[in-house]
Design a protein around this ligand. Structure first.
Ligand code: C5P
Length: 238
């Protein structure tokens, strides 16, 4: 896959028109656009359809985390929207993850729909070891990520969302067919903001990530297109 196809751009804006403008401007530079909570809450599912109507793929990043029944119902709606990928929190538990996968596969077979990739969120890239202790988790963050990735794997999900720091470990344990998406990506010109476990685009891909998520490293720049071009150039030599 060429470097630019491995880039997922997070449309972390609230304005529908601006989001669609970014899609028009940047769709040749990225493999997918991520619609997260901010844009979805402000613009609704229609914006997902509008992005897809422009020929771009969507990763619906709503991180479903609820009882199995509710997660299944929300996942079926994400599937009907036609998104390329969506995600759920692995900490919802094995039963919920299995139920989501079964329901999505069943719907796609019944209605002849393309099956979206389902990813499990492991430990958010904004969290550190110390915060896990606050949740009562005594083992290391890496061990915890491995446990959560294992739930996703056992449930038959397509892969996980994890920080670049855990990519190689996940790749070693779960093999090359398990998709890994790495957010928390930072470049020389972007500050870490609220992210803690950050990594550069090139390093994350070298560690074995299939996709990197770029947000503020691109959108907070005066010229997002230029920022993306610089990153793509760097990835050519990854
Ligand atoms: O601006 P920045 O690059 O930090 O944005 C990262 C994006 O990835 C945000 O949209 C955030 O919600 C999302 N994300 C994350 N960590 C995860 C999953 C998703 O930062 N584990």
């Amino acid at each position: 896959m060429p470097g630019k196809d491995r880039i997922i751009l997070a449309l972390d804006v609230s304005d529908r028109d601006y989001a669609l403008h970014l899609v028009d401007e940047l769709k040749e530079q990225v493999g997918m656009f991520k619609v997260g909570l901010e844009l979805f809450v402000s613009a609704g599912p229609r914006v997902v359809e509008e992005i897809q109507a422009r020929g771009a793929r969507v990763f619906l990043d709503l991180k479903f985390h609820d009882i199995p029944h509710t997660m299944v119902r929300a996942s079926l709606q994400a599937t009907r929207l036609g998104v390329h990928m969506f995600n759920v929190h692995t900490s919802a538990g094995l039963e919920a993850l299995r139920a989501v996968r079964e329901a999505v596969v069943g719907l796609c077979l019944k209605d002849n729909l393309p099956r979206p990739r389902i990813l499990g969120v492991t430990v958010l890239t904004s969290l550190e070891q110390e915060e896990l202790r606050g949740f009562g988790i005594q083992h290391s963050l890496r061990t915890h990520v491995r446990h959560l990735a294992s739930l996703a794997h056992r449930a038959g999900l397509d892969g996980v969302v994890a920080s670049g720091h855990e990519v190689a470990m996940i790749r070693n344990h779960f093999g090359k067919d398990f998709m890994i998406v790495a957010p928390g990506i930072r470049v020389s010109w972007s500050p870490p903001d609220d992210q803690r476990r950050t990594m550069t685009p090139r390093q994350a891909l070298r560690e074995g990530a299939d996709y990197i998520v770029l947000g503020r490293a691109v959108l907070a720049q005066e010229d997002p297109l230029k920022a993306l071009e610089l990153i793509s150039l760097e990835l050519l030599t990854a």
